[in-house]
Design a protein around this ligand. Structure first.
Ligand SMILES: CC(C)(COP(=O)(O)OP(=O)(O)OC[C@H]1O[C@@H](n2cnc3c(N)ncnc32)[C@H](O)[C@@H]1OP(=O)(O)O)[C@@H](O)C(=O)NCCC(=O)NCCS
Length: 163
């Protein structure tokens, strides 16, 4: 299967939005605490927010196509290091994966890896020295996928429900 990766253009909004809806539904199903949802306003507001974010943070979106069918996407931004952060960290320029999604019909075919490599190369060209990504803890498959690509655990966000 020959997969093509293309940079997002305005006329791809519907494809991006469909990926985001499917990604959110996937994550909601994984949530053992049932605290996540896809609200009625999620589509198209969430995708509009992504476009704003990539504009503000020098980011980029790549879409994956199997022939003419969109089968995934990746969204990345370049984080601005704050003065506050510089008090406790060395100077850095981090590329962040904000979203990554491959259609369930097309998983385990190397498309996620191709999207990651495309994004890492973009971030290298933009002089980033690290890549970062947040993973929802119950999403073991994604965690293993990133570990397979040499990503290391760095921060753990914990929750306790107060009764
Ligand atoms: C996570 C996801 C993006 C991976 O994309 P994919 O196209 O299915 O993965 P690939 O086929 O490119 O896999 C790349 C490599 O990771 C490995 N990998 C993939 N899933 C894995 C898993 N669950 N456990 C261990 N390794 C895994 C593959 O074996 C492959 O290894 P190789 O290069 O040594 O052969 C995709 O499954 C997905 O969209 N999942 C639902 C949404 C999601 O979880 N997004 C991430 C949110 S943070």
């Amino acid at each position: 299967m020959k997969i093509k990766l293309k940079k997002y253009q305005k006329n791809n909004f519907k494809e991006l939005d469909r990926c985001m809806v499917q990604l959110q539904d996937f994550i909601v199903r994984l949530d053992p605490l049932k605290r996540l949802r896809r609200s009625s306003k999620y589509s198209p507001q969430y995708s509009r927010n992504i476009i704003e974010k990539i504009t503000k943070y020098n980011g980029i979106i790549f879409l994956a196509y199997d022939d003419k069918k969109n089968v995934g996407c990746i969204v990345g931004i370049i984080e601005k290091q704050s003065e506050k952060n510089l008090l406790e960290c060395i100077p850095t320029r981090a590329g962040r994966i904000v979203e990554l999604f491959v259609s369930d019909t097309h998983r385990n075919l190397g498309i996620g890896k191709q999207l990651m490599e495309k994004m890492e190369n973009y971030m290298r060209k933009k002089k980033c020295d690290v890549m970062r990504v947040k993973v929802f803890e119950p999403n073991k498959a994604a965690h293993n996928f990133y570990k397979n690509l040499k990503y290391q655990d760095r921060v753990t966000d914990m929750i306790k429900i107060l009764k």
